[in-house]
Ligand binder design. Structure first.
Ligand code: PHE
Length: 442
């Protein structure tokens, strides 16, 4: 006898959990450094267009598949298209869960370490030296990565309602309040004007740089948790009667706001202290501590708030990454949630160790990037868009128009035909184009 499959306790439980998945390191850590490297506003504009033209339809498509099939990412395709190649999208998703969470856990660990440092009085010495010293140590980052993964495992271990839903209900409101408070404070530091110019004044030259397109589209996939079945898996725990469009809209709008407001936390402070936005993946860890230090006592408090925020955001996303793999293996191996969570969590932790070591302890590089940076760009900019492409093609071209409309709950919306058109042509062509540009310029 199969166990009854788990479900969310309420519609808001689902929305908050999906928002928890979307809002994460992607909005704060990844968004700020990608935007800093991508020249600011040009990146922002392409990212916003991608969210609207690609992100919204792909999210609705993942929701439709998940709610309709009530099963994990691989089985969903098996159910809908038996004996076909489409399930490669699900397989790619489970693989992506392993790859992304492996390095995500490393950054999550860094965040926990910084949270701990600020809670115990702040970091000592030059922030840059501190950061480099920390990440190039072979043991300490791995220890913190382990702590982060243990928390992630702990939540997923407790199940959909008692673990994922409950933790999201607590973390998401706290996160929102902390973020708004920090932004309000950061805007008073004197760098607001420069930050606004950097974020919102278009620099037309940057539009001719092909790498900005791929990183901005990759960012849209990454930050919305799309292209790997995370949203599909979460939607599979929905009651089939639950409506989808408004949930997707809420999640997308809030996730985007979260990224913008994070930008308003980071960039004004950064410019106020005359620091460089194109610092790369260490941006929030190297730049912000300078600022916190310069501010004295209140800076230590701001540091605590910031890293509590970052750690919680990371955790609520990490659980969705783990859940994709756990849901798959539970069904596939007919095993218990608890056993699968522990095993998969441990494997992913081990997979992440090379990422951690690649930051200075050992020389592990791929194509000139550190192992961690490579995993980040490879999964975000390539694997997720590819997974998303297969999913839109699947729904756009193997479902009837009526199925596309009905399963997305768009049949009675005025923009229904536009959605079908986007699923069939606009989104696939856009994703493909950007992927090709990216390949050519690799
Ligand atoms: N959306 C998360 C973030 O922005 C990352 C993530 C990607 C989570 C893919 C789940 C799936 O940090």
């Amino acid at each position: 006898m199969q166990q009854k499959r788990e479900q969310w306790g309420s519609r808001w439980g689902f929305i908050l959990a999906a928002m928890g998945s979307a809002v994460g390191l992607g909005n704060i850590w990844r968004f700020s450094y990608a935007m800093g490297e991508g020249g600011g506003s040009a990146f922002l504009i392409i990212y916003l267009v991608s969210v609207l033209v690609i992100g919204f339809p792909v999210m609705l498509i993942e929701f439709s598949i998940g709610r309709r099939t009530q099963t994990d990412a691989v089985d969903a395709f098996k159910k809908l298209a038996p004996k076909s190649g489409w399930l490669v999208a699900g397989g790619l998703g489970v693989l992506a869960a392993f790859l992304i969470l492996s390095f995500y856990g490393v950054i999550g660990g860094w965040s926990l370490r910084y949270m701990f440092e600020y809670m115990t009085g702040g970091i000592t010495g030059d922030p840059q030296d501190f950061f480099v010293g920390f990440i190039s140590d072979p043991a300490s980052p791995v220890f913190w990565q382990f702590v982060f993964m243990a928390l992630t495992v702990g939540i997923v271990f407790l199940g959909v309602q008692k673990g994922i839903e409950l933790s999201s209900k607590v973390m998401m409101p706290v996160l929102s309040i902390l973020l708004i408070g920090l932004a309000a404070y950061s805007l008073t530091l004197g760098g607001a004007e420069e930050a606004f110019a950097f974020m919102f004044q278009p620099d037309w030259d940057a539009f001719t740089d092909p790498s900005v397109y791929i990183s901005a589209m990759g960012q849209a996939f990454f930050t919305l948790s799309l292209g790997m079945g995370a949203m599909l898996t979460y939607a599979s725990y929905l009651d089939p009667e639950e409506r989808l469009t408004s949930s997707a809209a809420i999640i997308i709008v809030l996730d985007t706001l979260f990224a913008l407001v994070s930008g308003l936390v980071i960039f004004p402070a950064l410019f106020a202290f005359g620091l460089d936005p194109s610092e790369g993946a260490g941006l929030v860890f190297m730049v912000l501590p300078n600022i916190f230090e310069a501010l004295g006592g209140i800076g230590t408090l701001a540091g605590v708030v910031f890293f509590v925020l970052l750690s919680m955001a990371a955790l609520s996303s990490a659980i969705s990454l783990l859940e994709v793999a756990v849901a798959y293996f539970m069904r596939r191996l007919n095993a218990s949630r608890k056993a699968m969570t522990l095993v998969v969590g441990l494997v992913i932790f081990l997979l992440g160790v090379p990422s951690s070591l690649s930051q200075g302890a050992m020389d592990i590089t791929i194509l000139g990037d550190s192992f961690l940076d490579f995993m980040d760009a490879f999964t975000g900019n390539l694997v997720l868009p590819l997974g998303g492409l297969i999913m839109v093609l699947f729904v756009g071209w193997t479902w009837t128009k009526k199925e596309i409309l009905d399963h997305g709950d768009v049949a009675d919306q005025s923009w229904g035909p536009l959605y079908v058109l986007t699923a069939k042509f606009v989104a696939p062509v856009a994703i493909l184009l950007v992927l090709i540009i990216g390949m050519i310029n690799w």
